[in-house]
Design a protein around this ligand. Structure first.
Ligand code: KE4
Length: 424
């Protein structure tokens, strides 16, 4: 029996499903989760000593690669100054200042401890600022496990086929309006009917939780126009895209400026950090300067702020265009290798992220994402994993490249794909 299997058998006794987040279970691909002992650069190392090329990268945060020297060194120094003060500290201003400087839609930012906390707080703020109850989200988008957003959510809820809202009272999701991603007509119709009650549109400006789905030309601009027309807020959930699709996020790349922005993942550099920010007159509604309450014991934790600051500071000097070009080459080569095996495959990619859908039709929303063949994905996942390539164990997630990956890892990845067998 492998060490990972032994550990998993121990874990399931004391942790639901043996994992602390459902997407980590590999039930959907017929495998056990691998227990990781350490990580370095583009690699993770399993408890059984297997060295694997990592394209999960902690589900997005590790864009610099694991254990980056500058981040690691700063963290070691920070630990010696204590781990938590529960009081303001300099690293909070350093990280907040970098975020405000980088994102055109953010004048002020509040730190929290996860992407979920960020979107939950942004939703409360949008409702408090507008005095309206309803929120419009898109099927297949995932904004964390916030009650109001667990309606037709993506990520783990899609992977595990969990229906929308067990455990969430009907009254809560009654205020959640759903539209299909990229379908502006549906959004227009919902605004025509509910416009004066809609506090905000929440959208992943590039959707990463139904697999990667790109916004159609004019989609984000159309949302901006409708929000303005009806006095609703436009909220970009940039937990994945922030500092990923460009140093100024999706809002800088697509030049559509939201009223509020939710962040996570990369801004914590691998430590637990989320944040929400936006226009000053909205953010000043948040306690203690405003009446919308939100708080957190470990918000602005000095270690997390240090990791986030040094991550963004390092990213400021990195060549995003080059990483995007390398990622595109890798993804196109993977698609072509798989297509030559006679399987239907579609590729969506932007920045340093991509998803290969086993489908013969383009994937532009949740319905088309769900048409992808999950059995083929399962064969691909396991075939790659058996050869030391670590992908997300779900067809509704993305593969994340990093500045630590090089031609060596990319060639290993392509070689492994050439050897994958899809014989049913
Ligand atoms: P967290 O609460 O997991 O930090 O962030 C929630 C969240 C919010 N918004 C977007 C766009 C997100 O992608 C996420 C979290 N992403 C998933 C994977 N796609 C995290 C992995 C997990 O759930 O373990």
């Amino acid at each position: 029996m492998s060490i990972s299997r032994e550990l998993f058998e121990q874990a399931v006794k004391v942790i639901p499903g043996g994992v602390n987040s459902p997407v980590r279970t590999c039930a959907g691909v017929g495998a056990d989760p691998l227990f990781i002992s350490r990580a370095q650069g583009p690699y993770i190392y399993t408890e059984d000593g297997q060295k694997m090329v990592d394209y999960v990268m902690s589900w997005g945060p590790m864009i610099l690669g694991h254990n980056h020297e500058a981040v690691n060194r700063a963290l070691h120094e920070a630990v010696d100054r204590g781990t938590s003060y529960g009081a303001p500290c300099r690293p909070e201003i350093d990280l907040a200042g970098l975020i405000v400087e980088a994102l055109p839609g953010v004048d002020m930012v509040r730190m929290v401890n996860s992407g979920t906390e960020a979107t939950m707080s942004a939703l409360r703020l949008a409702r408090g600022y507008t005095g309206r109850p309803k929120v419009l989200k898109f099927t297949g988008c995932y904004h964390g496990h916030v009650d109001s957003f667990l309606a037709s959510a993506g990520s783990g809820a899609a992977t595990l086929c969990i229906p929308g809202t067990p455990g969430v009272p009907e009254e809560v999701v009654a205020h959640t309006l759903l539209a299909d991603y990229n379908d502006l007509e549906q959004v227009q119709a919902l605004f025509a009917e509910h416009g004066q009650e809609i506090a905000a549109i929440f959208v992943e400006p590039v959707a990463g939780n139904m697999g990667l789905v790109l916004p159609r030309d004019g989609f984000l601009q159309g949302l901006r126009k409708l929000a303005d027309e009806y006095g609703s807020l436009l909220v970009f959930d940039e937990v994945i895209t922030g500092f990923r699709v460009s140093f100024s996020g999706a809002q800088g790349r697509f030049k559509v400026i939201p009223d509020l922005t939710c962040l996570g993942k990369i801004i914590g550099g691998g430590l637990p950090v989320g944040a929400y920010g936006g226009r000053r007159e909205i953010m000043e509604k948040i306690a203690p300067c405003g009446e919308v309450y939100q708080a957190g014991t470990l918000s602005g934790n000095p270690l997390a702020m240090t990791a986030g600051y040094h991550t963004l500071k390092t990213l400021q000097e990195m060549d995003y265009d080059q990483l995007e070009a390398r990622t595109g080459e890798l993804a196109v080569s993977l698609r072509d290798i798989l297509a030559q095996k006679g399987v239907p495959v579609q590729l969506n990619t932007i920045g340093s992220i991509f998803t290969l859908f086993f489908s013969d039709a383009p994937v532009t929303d949740f319905a088309s994402a769900k048409k992808a063949d999950q059995d083929l994905f399962r064969a691909f996942y396991n075939g790659m994993r058996d050869q030391g390539i670590y992908l997300a164990p779900s067809g509704f997630e993305c593969a994340f490249n990093s500045f630590a990956h090089s031609a060596l890892e990319w060639e290993k990845t392509l070689e492994a794909a050439r050897r994958v067998s899809f014989s049913r």
